[in-house]
Design a protein around this ligand. Structure first.
Ligand code: ACO
Length: 350
């Protein structure tokens, strides 16, 4: 599960590091976008056999955002990215890399990142999508960080964006109450390392494909190409064995958090804020118990947005930065779990 990547890497590109020592990678701007349309738990009662009380007590979710029919994931992503670029004071032309984490791409091909590039006019960027479900944003951060540390690129846009409402089975009360749409983005920059270390300090990622069947979106790929049968079988929607996912999510996120902290020589006592994947309040409470961390150190917004998969962490992070919960110098631990199964944890000093 652990990847023992060093905190900093030796300089490779003289143009980036002339006279400087090792590089570090910092988030220099954050942004988010959520659709205007709010769907409350009361409205859910009119769609499936559920109750406001069941949804709130079993998940902690009160409402979620739903994108317009003409809006695609890249539209949400580009709005979040523009905000992040503004916050960073970075022009789109300076972006060398765009990684979009998503399980709800505009199309199977081309990548959503390429559509984002076009909307932003970031013509110099190399663009691709990364699919690791709810862990996608942390996986993407890790990939982008190492491309920057390799010295070949200086500025990256990492985006988590989802229009899950397009892949939600609105007849299935087990899943439709959980998900929402939105996008979050960060601008990463390679900079000379400082002491004390700032930016991303450590990261672990892991996967367990033996449990892939517990969380799937089965139709429309090469295993089950779109057909009358896949449509009739509702195979183009998310399927989840919730109880099993819950159990593994708690264990894997707690272990990943400890692994990332250990890698940079910290303990939970050093952490100012934990920004977890926002799937279920009870999962976050169980992680708090395992890590022995009080709930007021978790930044949460799932009450208002539900589970936005890869977008959950960057949206929460942007909110926490904008409302000055996260302040310069704070140690932030981000931790995620999702389909695959996949998981990850990242520690950074803001
Ligand atoms: N309203 C009313 N009743 C419901 C609803 C609903 N919306 N949904 C399920 N129920 C019922 C079930 O049918 C079941 O009834 P039964 O006992 O008669 O069969 C009962 O409630 C309890 O069901 P459980 O599955 O045990 O409920 P649980 O407490 O586990 O909560 C939940 C379900 C919210 C899905 C939870 O298991 C969960 O959060 N799982 C993890 C989700 C997650 O973390 N996903 C991560 C990644 S998502 C991604 O990668 C895209």
């Amino acid at each position: 599960m652990k990847t023992d990547f060093p905190d900093t890497a030796p300089p490779i590109s003289p143009s980036l590091t002339a006279g400087a020592g090792a590089l570090t990678v910092r988030m220099v701007g954050t942004g988010c976008y959520v659709p205007e349309r709010i769907m409350t738990n009361a409205e859910m009662e009119t769609i499936v056999d559920t109750s406001e009380e069941w949804i709130l007590t079993r998940t902690g979710i009160s409402e979620r955002r739903i994108a317009r029919s003409g809006q695609a994931t890249s539209d949400l992503a580009a709005s979040a990215a523009r905000q992040a670029l503004d916050a960073a004071g970075v022009a789109a032309a300076e972006v060398d890399l765009i990684v979009t984490a998503t399980i709800s791409p505009d199309m199977l091909m081309p990548s959503t990142a390429c559509f984002v590039q076009s909307q932003l006019g970031a013509s110099a960027a190399t663009c691709f999508d990364l699919e690791a479900a709810c862990s996608g944003f942390l996986y993407s951060l890790e990939v982008a960080r190492h491309l920057l540390l390799a010295g070949r690129m200086r500025t990256a846009l990492v985006i988590g964006a989802e229009k899950l409402s397009a892949f939600t089975d609105w007849d299935d009360r087990n899943t439709c109450v959980l998900f929402g749409d939105g996008a979050g983005a960060v601008v990463l920059r390679a900079e000379p390392a400082t002491a004390p270390a700032r930016g991303i300090l450590s990261s672990v990622t892991g996967s367990d494909g033996d449990l892939a069947h517990l969380l799937t979106l089965p139709g429309g790929g090469s295993r089950f190409p779109a057909s009358g049968e896949t449509l009739a079988g509702r195979m183009h929607y998310l399927k989840m064995t919730g109880r099993e996912v819950f159990k593994h999510a708690v264990r894997c996120m707690a272990e990943a958090a400890n692994g990332a902290l250990e890698q940079c020589g910290f303990t939970v006592a050093d952490v100012d804020w934990i920004v977890p994947h926002q799937a279920n309040l009870r999962i976050i409470q169980a992680i708090g118990q395992r890590l022995n961390v009080p709930m007021d150190r978790f930044y949460m917004n799932l009450e208002h947005y539900g589970n936005m998969s890869a977008a959950s962490i960057p949206v929460a992070l942007d909110e926490a930065v904008r409302n000055e919960k996260i302040r310069p110098g704070d140690v932030v631990l981000m931790v995620a779990f999702g389909g695959g199964f996949t998981w990850g944890a990242t520690v950074m000093r803001w």
